[in-house]
Write a protein that binds this ligand. Structure first.
Ligand SMILES: NC(=O)c1ccc[n+]([C@@H]2O[C@H](COP(=O)([O-])OP(=O)(O)OC[C@H]3O[C@@H](n4cnc5c(N)ncnc54)[C@H](OP(=O)(O)O)[C@@H]3O)[C@@H](O)[C@H]2O)c1
Length: 333
């Protein structure tokens, strides 16, 4: 049975800007009412709500909440029911990270690890704990779609904690699907690089290098990614699934480093990468007649090079080149 989105009540966390804003618009275009969650920028959220109401003649409301805080996730669910008159679909899109030095397990504090855990795992638990009794009672049940990341299925991404907690979030999603079916369908979308404010933090060099390495030679288009949420919400035969939309940075979701030995940089001083299909053994080859300047000199230059290389998982490389192990030993002393 097709699940029509018309007249459904949808909560989108982190819905006022970036990927979430486009997802809100896609649901409104399908005739769904939307509760747009924002964190600090009420004006952007209100502008989006006004636009969607005007263009699509649906009900849109905004609600401030920090999804890192348990009680605020709980409150968001109640606010959605109160403002829209019910809750059918949750798009749990909020996430948290800090861009860290690849391969340096000391770069992120324990508090920051806990923030990743709160945003990328606990917020799902809290939203579901409050929403499940409500959605299970709907005549057509409910839909829960989490925004994960290809970092959740590789050793890449903005930080180790982000990658680990996005992976944990995926496992939680599968438990939800198993536990709350058949009433609630639970799935996840795994985007690759999106050029939102968040994605732009990777910087031009990395973004260009990633586009070059991707099979489709471009970033993950926001529009294509947002469409995946609509498709999953309508699909009554899929639950417990992870839908990767990544312009193929990560073929088969197995390895991000070893997808090809195409050099990341094309100049003669570049490094080329090789890895086996599980991304476990990584070798580094210097291309050209001389080593890149940074590799011989102090840690500073080497570190910069490895950061360019390492956002999608080649942590061993950064250790070899960076002597991060030595640095860590020094810190322990
Ligand atoms: N960008 C990428 O390359 C990429 C790749 C894979 C996965 N993802 C995932 O996609 C999701 C959305 O990312 P994005 O790129 O769209 O990010 P973004 O552009 O930074 O998202 C901005 C939105 O997040 C809201 N927000 C920020 N902190 C929040 C908090 N603590 N509680 C509630 N809302 C909060 C903002 O509200 P205010 O404006 O009010 O602060 C705004 O609506 C995340 O889960 C991320 O992990 C992103």
């Amino acid at each position: 049975m097709p699940y029509s989105l018309k007249g459904r009540n949808v909560l989108v966390t982190a819905g006022s800007r970036g990927l979430g804003a486009l997802v809100c618009e896609k649901f409104a275009a399908e005739g769904a009412n939307v509760l747009i969650n924002y964190h600090s920028n009420a004006e952007a959220a209100q502008q989006l709500a006004d636009k969607l109401e005007k263009e699509y003649s649906v009900n849109c409301h905004i609600a401030q909440a920090d999804t890192l805080v348990a009680a605020e996730n709980d409150q968001l669910v109640h606010t959605t029911v109160e403002k829209l008159g019910g809750l059918d679909i949750i798009i749990a899109n909020a996430g948290w990270t800090r861009f860290t030095r690849p391969g340096d397990i000391y770069d992120m504090s324990h508090d920051e690890w806990n923030k990743c855990w709160a945003a990328n795992v606990m917020s799902h638990l809290q939203l579901m704990q409050t929403a499940q009794p409500i959605m299970s009672k709907n005549p057509d049940g409910g839909v829960y779609i989490a925004t994960s990341s290809i970092a959740g299925i590789t050793t890449g991404g903005s930080s180790m904690a982000y990658s680990v907690t996005k992976a944990a979030g995926l496992h939680l999603m599968k438990h939800f699907a198993f536990t709350f079916g058949p009433e609630i369908r639970v799935n996840a979308v795994l985007p690759g690089l999106l050029l939102t404010e968040w994605g732009m933090k990777f910087g031009d060099n990395i973004i260009n290098a990633l586009k070059e390495r991707s099979t489709l030679r471009h970033e993950t288009y926001l529009d294509d990614c947002a469409d995946a949420y609509i498709s999953l919400a309508k699909n009554t035969s899929a639950t417990g699934q992870q839908l990767t939309v990544d312009a193929v940075f990560c073929p088969g979701g197995i390895s991000s480093v070893g997808r090809s030995s195409r050099p990341l940089y094309k100049d003669s001083n570049a490094l080329s990468l090789k890895a086996n299909s599980c991304g476990k053994s990584v070798s580094v080859k210097l291309v050209g007649s001389k080593r890149p300047t940074g590799l011989k000199t102090g840690e500073q230059g080497i570190e910069n090079d490895s950061q360019k290389l390492d956002i999608f998982g080649n942590i061993r490389i950064s250790r070899t080149l960076n002597n991060i192990g030595e640095k860590n030993n020094e810190r322990r002393k």
